[in-house]
Write a protein that binds this ligand. Structure first.
Ligand code: A2P
Length: 294
């Protein structure tokens, strides 16, 4: 059986899942179907990605039973005032009766304007209260709830009032952005960390970094295998490599063991040239507690 990580609900989350951020319409349905037919059991999407319908179609086309799949989606920033409606919409789009995990996408309520801007009339802590209420009221629809893009500061604010400890905090995590402080904090609270953009997203300089390529040669795998394995080797961590390319989808699921020394060396890469795949300043809420990658 493939590796899993245990959530604070008792559920097992498959360690490697297929990411679908920036997976183009027309490509993501096939990617999801292909991944599920070839052993993936964990799919991650979001209302904000505008691809839930296609992800749902890919799940249906795969003919893999829903019960064998761990499915995550996220509450979009402009929907924070209407969590209940947003949940129903995601379930409908995905063509499913339940979510294995539902995340608050950002601690950043936004308006429904085009383009959306920060909505200071709403507090994201109230959004968490709504998510908790839905989780308690509809246990058959929501198997777990969690957050995404939460720094330590935001998690502390959340835990001060939360009745339900988030099962997961999904954050950007790769050697240019190891987020060790968030990982340490989450481990201490029993919150699983899910790493998005483990390769560093599109056109990543990490794929040609000499520490990465040296280890890829040593183990006779690809640089991507090293970067995905780095996160998968960490305790309490799951990882979401994104691809719409068949060969890469297959390859990215291959996890190898790295030594502690090698993991340290990888996470020490490129300390002078940090980059983030995701720049949350678009929210109008500033950098949301992630000013620099640590
Ligand atoms: P594509 O989807 O066209 O295959 P991340 O997971 O860090 O967000 O990175 C996703 C980016 O990395 C996408 O551009 C994706 O391209 C590319 N990618 C995914 N898997 C691999 C791989 N094994 N080797 C090189 N690039 C990859």
């Amino acid at each position: 059986a493939s590796k899993t990580v245990k959530l604070n609900t008792g559920a097992e989350m498959p360690t490697v899942g297929l990411g679908t951020w920036k997976s183009a319409p027309g490509a993501v349905e096939h990617a999801v179907e292909f991944a599920l037919r070839n052993g993936y059991k964990h799919i991650d999407t979001a209302a904000a990605y505008k691809n839930e319908k296609e992800v749902g179609a890919g799940i249906a086309a795969s003919q893999v039973p829903r019960g064998s799949i761990f499915l995550t989606t996220k509450l979009d920033n402009p929907d924070q005032k209407e969590a209940s409606e947003a949940l129903e919409s995601s379930l409908k789009n995905l063509g499913t009766d339940y979510l294995d995990l539902w995340l608050m996408h950002w601690p950043a309520p936004m308006t429904k304007d085009e383009p959306a801007v920060a909505d200071p009339s709403h507090d994201w802590l109230d959004t968490w209260k709504s998510m908790e209420a839905l989780y308690k009221k509809y246990p058959e629809k929501l198997k777990a709830i969690g957050v995404s893009n939460f720094s330590v500061e935001f998690l502390e604010r959340l835990l001060a009032v939360a009745e339900v400890v988030p099962a997961v905090n999904q954050i950007e995590m790769h050697p240019s952005c190891p987020s060790q402080d968030v990982l340490d904090f989450c481990r201490g609270k029993g919150i699983v960390v899910t790493a998005y953009s483990p390769l560093g997203s599109d056109n990543s300089p990490l794929l040609t970094n000499e520490v990465v390529t040296k280890l890829a040669e040593k183990y006779d795998v690809t640089p991507a295998n090293i970067l995905v394995s780095l996160q998968a080797n960490k305790s309490g961590v799951s990882v979401l490599p994104k691809s719409v390319t068949n060969t890469r989808i297959l390859s990215n699921a291959v996890i190898i063991d790295l030594t502690d020394e090698e993991m340290k060396e990888l996470d020490a890469i490129d300390k002078t040239h940090h980059f983030r795949a995701c720049h949350p300043s678009w929210t109008g809420w500033g950098s949301l507690g992630f000013p620099d990658c640590k």
